[in-house]
Write a protein that binds this ligand. Structure first.
Ligand code: CTP
Length: 446
C-alpha cells in the first residue's frame, strides 16, 4: 500500500526520516511532500535517498528543465489519487490551521483537499501553541471531518519547555497508519514463536559447519506478526540482522540449543513458525583445540534431532504449526512429502536453487502448502511475503469448507479459474473474504 508523508516546518521535521523508515518496515511504499518551512530544517535529498523517489517541494515546477506543463499543474491530483493514506508528521500549528480552513496555498495543503484517502496528522509544537484554543479548535474541526490525530507525547520540548508537544514515536505513527489502512490486528492476543537463521555446529574452537540462511525471512515474519498485534518470541540462530523492536529475542547457536529454547517456550505459543535452517547433522566429536592440517581429514557426523517433528508431537490443542522446506529439486512434491511426514498444518516451500531469491536474498517466492491447498507466491520482498504467509496462516483458523466455498465463489463471479487474476471479495455468513491478488490458489479436491 502507498503512503504519502507530508513534512511541515517544525524542529521535529528531522524525525520524519524515522517515520518514513518505520512505514517502510511495514512494507508500505512511501513518498514525501515537504512544505517550504520543512525544507529549512531538513533537505529533500534525505527523503529522496530513503524513498528512492523525487520529493515534492512545490506546487509549481521548480527545476530549470521543468516547464509549466499540464502534468506539473495537476500533479497534486495525481498524487492525491496515488496515495492510500496521507500522514503529516510533524504537523505544525500552521498546517493544522490551513487544513482546518481549507487554505490550499502549497502542494501539501492542496493535496489534502484533493485526496479522499484517510488523513492522519501527528502534531509537534511548543506546548503553549498546542494548548492554544485556536489550535485545539482546529484539531476538533479536523477530527469532526474524519482526520485522525496522533496525539503528541509529553516531555522536554526543543523550545526548553516541558509538556505535550513532542512528535509521537515513529513506530506509533506507523501503527496508526496501518490501522487507518485497515491492516487488521488479526493476530492480536496470539503469541507467535518464530525460529530464524541458520544454526552452527562447532568442529573445533574456530570452525563450524553452517548454512547460507541469513535470518531475513524469519525476522520479516517476526516484524509482520508483531505489527498484526501478536506477541512474538523470536528464537534466532546467529544473524547479522537487528531484531524488530519489542519482540523477545532468544539467541541460540546450535541445533540442540534451538531445540531446547523452542521446547521450553512452545507452550506459550498459539502459533509456531519454523523458518530456521537447522543443521541436520553435527560432528560426532568437537575438538578442544584447533584442528591442525595433517593431511586428509575425515569427520563423522551424527544426525541432530528434528525439532519440528518434536514440536508436532508436543503440540497443544488449537496450536498451529507451520514449517518451512528448503528444496533444490522437485520443490512442490518434496514439500508435500515433508508436510505429511512432519504432520504440520502448513509448509512454506522454497526452491533454494534459484538465483537471486531465497537464501540470503532480499526477495523470495514460495508455495504455501496445506493438506488440501497449494498457493504460489511470486517473488517479492521478504517483508511482503511475510504478510502473505500470515494472511494464509490466519486463514487456516477458518473451516476448510469455507475456504473452498470462498475460492469457488470468487472464481465463478469473475469467470476465471486463474486466481492470480482475482481481486474480488466474497461474503459468506456475513464475513467478507478477500481472494488475494497476485497469488494462485489451487484448491485440491481430494
Ligand atoms: N527442521 C527442524 N529440525 C531439524 C531440521 C529441520 O526443526 N533438525 C525444520 C526446519 O526449521 C523447517 C523444516 O524442518 O521448518 C524443514 O527443514 P528442511 O531443512 O527443509 O528439511 P529437513 O527436515 O532437514 O529434511 P531434508 O534435509 O531431508 O530435506
Amino acid at each position: 500500500m502507498k503512503v504519502m508523508v507530508g513534512v511541515s516546518g517544525g524542529i521535529a521535521a528531522y524525525k520524519a526520516a524515522e517515520v518514513v523508515r518505520a512505514l517502510q518496515r511495514q512494507a508500505l511504499e512511501v513518498r514525501v511532500v515537504m512544505t517550504e518551512g520543512a525544507q529549512k530544517f531538513i533537505q529533500p535529498l534525505t527523503f529522496a535517498a530513503l524513498t528512492g523517489h523525487k520529493v515534492i517541494t512545490s506546487l509549481w515546477p521548480t527545476g530549470e528543465s521543468e516547464d509549466a506543463s499540464m502534468d506539473a499543474s495537476i500533479e497534486h491530483i495525481a498524487e492525491a489519487q496515488w496515495a492510500d493514506a496521507l500522514v503529516v508528521a510533524p504537523a505544525t500549528a500552521g498546517i493544522l490551521a490551513k487544513f482546518a480552513h481549507g487554505m490550499a496555498d502549497d502542494f501539501l495543503t492542496t493535496m489534502y483537499l484533493a485526496t479522499t484517502a484517510p488523513v492522519l496528522v501527528a502534531p509537534a509544537m511548543n506546548v503553549n501553541m498546542w494548548e492554544h484554543p485556536a489550535t485545539q479548535a482546529n484539531l476538533e474541526l479536523l477530527k469532526q471531518r474524519g482526520v485522525r490525530v496522533i496525539e503528541p507525547g509529553s516531555g522536554h520540548l526543543a523550545c526548553g519547555m516541558v509538556g505535550p508537544g513532542r512528535l509521537a514515536e515513529p513506530e506509533f505513527i506507523a501503527n496508526a497508519v496501518l490501522n487507518a489502512l485497515g491492516r487488521s490486528h488479526d493476530l492480536a492476543g496470539e503469541t507467535v514463536l518464530i525460529t530464524a537463521g541458520g544454526t552452527r555446529e562447532a568442529l573445533d574452537p574456530v570452525r563450524f559447519l553452517g548454512n547460507r540462511s541469513s535470518g531475513k525471512m524469519g525476522y520479516a515474519l517476526a516484524e509482520a506478526a508483531q505489527s498484526r498485534g501478536a506477541k512474538v518470541i523470536l528464537i534466532s540462530a546467529p544473524s547479522a540482522l537487528y531484531p524488530p523492536a519489542h519482540c523477545e529475542l532468544v539467541k541460540v547457536t546450535t541445533a540442540e540449543e534451538m531445540r531446547n529454547a523452542v521446547l521450553s517456550r512452545m507452550t506459550e505459543a498459539t502459533l509456531v513458525i519454523k523458518s530456521a535452517a537447522v543443521a541436520d547433522y553435527k560432528p560426532s566429536f568437537v575438538a578442544d583445540q584447533k584442528l591442525k592440517r595433517t593431511g586428509p581429514l575425515t569427520i563423522e557426523f551424527l544426525p541432530t534431532e528434528d525439532i519440528l517433528a518434536e514440536v508436532v508431537r508436543q503440540r497443544k490443542p488449537g496450536q498451529l504449526i507451520v514449517g518451512f522446506a528448503a528444496e533444490t529439486e522437485n520443490a512442490q512434491a518434496n514439500g508435500r512429502a515433508k508436510l505429511l511426514r512432519k504432520g504440520v498444518d502448513a509448509i512454506v516451500v522454497n526452491d533454494v536453487s534459484r538465483e537471486g531469491v531465497g537464501f540470503d536474498a532480499d526477495l523470495n517466492g514460495a508455495t504455501f502448502l496445506t493438506a488440501t491447498t497449494a498457493i504460489d507466491f511470486p517473488d517479492m520482498p521478504k517483508r511482503a511475503l511475510a504478510d502473505r504467509i500470515l494472511d494464509e496462516v490466519v486463514g487456516l483458523r477458518r473451516p476448510q469448507s469455507l475456504l473452498v466455498e470462498m475460492s469457488s465463489a470468487a472464481m465463478s463471479s469473475s469467470g476465471t479459474n486463474d486466481v492470480s487474476r482475482l481481486e474480488s471479495s466474497v461474503e459468506i455468513d456475513g464475513e467478507v473474504f478477500v481472494a488475494g491478488p497476485g497469488s494462485r490458489r489451487q484448491i485440491i479436491f481430494e
